[in-house]
Design a protein around this ligand. Structure first.
Ligand code: SF4
Length: 467
């Protein structure tokens, strides 16, 4: 395999037990490598998209908007304005003479018609090239219409998808800083501490795919902890604005929302804990982490223990059945953020499935060091991989199951390998204890499907196979 790697990528592919170097990461994709990463604009769109009472206006050619239309399976318990795809539809004339006028007209038409509580205006590649003053148009419209109109500086060419996460976090912070209560507080250098009567947390990096935020919120409710805001799953503009009042931020999707968590720590003094709600161990840890933080209220720890025990006593016997069938199978995991890959590794190991290939689009050097520690000898670890590499490894490592996203699915099926969708388009909740049950069921159903045997037989009996 080594000889077929693009030279610039050699340090981004690592085999545990054979190689001995720091995995190169957080760099632009190598020329010639068809990276699985999306662009900066897409990165910011996926983070902000679930804010359901905001209007999301893509300032650019129509293709950028259509490419990200309804991009997540993020559910809303109320308005569904986020599911619309609005675009300024920039064309040749706008590129030559500027698109500011078209943006202003679009905002002036859309705001009265859809009555959003805020607007996010996404800058795409061409807007960065022609140099529209999006800030000025947004400020003018915000004053005239009396709602926040927030520019998202997400020109596609600005860097990697991670830059898009950063742009989304900046936009979220701008929205929080517009909260009237916060602005009215005499701050000096620090804001006054809000004394909540009940412990209040925000959940960052949870997007309510298939209702996952509701599952997690329910756990915290049972523990006696209030969830002030989820950023951004089932999000509302007012909830986001009040996020500065929380006592603690728990951050699930570390790749996307950690920037905001750090900013909120600096500006509002809210500490954050990194957690994951995927898999039994990680979900239990996420709940105990919060209980521990509020240790001055021992009843929270008591309720947490009770909750976890009840969930596990129901779940273990069911999972045991799946484990019997799955033992000895081999999986590849390639996802957006490395932290999610850790949870996948633990969950698959629990089910008796070994992970022989793992990687992410946006992992950090520290995360890859952790990945190396967790992986079994012989496991191949990849950063910012591409279809060519992934396909080759799947064949060479004789993988039975691929856990990935929409871009990996056709690859798995073409290679005759079972697939489990763990990305943002999915319609099945995979978070929490319920999610672990769904994950085990899906992995089992996919791996045990008789179709793999049929495919194997047809390959054996292929009359056109070279002799
Ligand atoms: S922002 Fe740029 S890279 Fe992203 S979809 Fe639009 S044109 Fe393509």
């Amino acid at each position: 395999m080594e000889c077929s790697l693009i030279k610039e990528r050699e340090q981004q592919v690592f085999t545990k037990g054979r190689d001995n170097y720091t995995i190169a990461s957080e760099r632009g994709s190598a020329a010639g490598s068809v990276s699985q990463r999306a662009c900066v604009f897409c990165g910011s769109r996926v983070v902000l998209y679930p804010i359901a009472d905001a209007l999301h206006l893509v300032h650019g050619p129509i293709g950028c908007a259509s490419y990200t239309w309804d991009i997540r399976g993020a559910l809303s318990s109320g308005p569904e304005l986020h599911r619309r795809s609005f675009s300024t539809d920039l064309r040749e004339n706008d590129v030559i003479f500027g698109g500011e006028g078209k943006l202003y007209k679009s905002l002036k038409r859309l705001i009265p018609e859809y009555k959003p509580n805020a607007v996010f205006v996404y800058s795409t590649c061409i807007v960065g090239i022609i140099g529209d003053d999006v800030e000025a148009v947004c400020s003018r419209t915000a004053i005239e219409e009396g709602i926040p109109v927030i520019p998202v500086h997400s020109e596609g060419f600005r860097g990697t998808k991670k830059e898009g996460y950063r742009a989304a976090c900046s936009a979220l912070l701008r929205l929080i800083e517009l909260d009237d209560e916060l602005r009215n507080i005499e701050t000096g250098s620090k804001i006054k501490k809000i004394i909540n009567t009940k412990p209040v947390i925000n959940i960052l990096g949870e997007f309510n795919l298939a209702g996952e935020a509701w599952i997690i919120k329910d756990y915290y409710k049972k523990m006696g902890v209030e969830v002030g805001a989820v950023l951004t799953g089932d999000g509302r503009v007012d909830e986001v604005k009040s996020a500065w009042k929380a006592d603690l931020n728990v951050v699930q999707c570390s790749g996307s929302l950690k920037y905001l968590a750090k900013d909120m720590e600096d500006k509002f003094g809210i500490p954050f804990k990194q957690v994951s709600f995927f898999g039994i161990e990680d979900t239990a840890d996420a709940l105990y982490t919060v209980a521990e933080y509020f240790s001055e209220k021992p009843e929270i720890a008591e309720k947490t223990r009770e909750l976890v025990q009840n969930q596990l006593s129901e779940l273990y016997p069911v999972l045991e059945g799946y484990r019997k069938d799955l033992a000895g199978k081999k999986a590849a995991v390639y996802v957006g953020g490395a932290f999610k890959a850790f949870s996948m590794l633990r969950s698959l190991k629990f089910l008796g499935v070994s992970v022989v290939l793992m990687g992410s689009q946006t992992g950090s050097p520290e995360e890859y060091e952790e990945m190396k520690d967790m992986a079994d000898p012989g496991t191949v670890i990849v950063d910012d991989s591409n279809p060519s590499e992934l396909s080759r490894f799947i064949i060479e490592l004789d993988v039975d199951l691929f856990v990935g996203g929409v871009k990996e699915r056709p690859m798995a099926f073409k290679l005759g390998v079972a697939f489990c969708d763990h990305n943002h388009e999915r319609k099945t909740a995979l978070a929490g204890f319920e999610g672990m049950f769904n994950f085990a069921k899906e992995v089992h159903k996919s791996l045990m499907s008789p179709v793999w045997q049929t495919i194997g037989e047809s390959k054996e009996n292929d009359p056109w196979k070279a002799q």
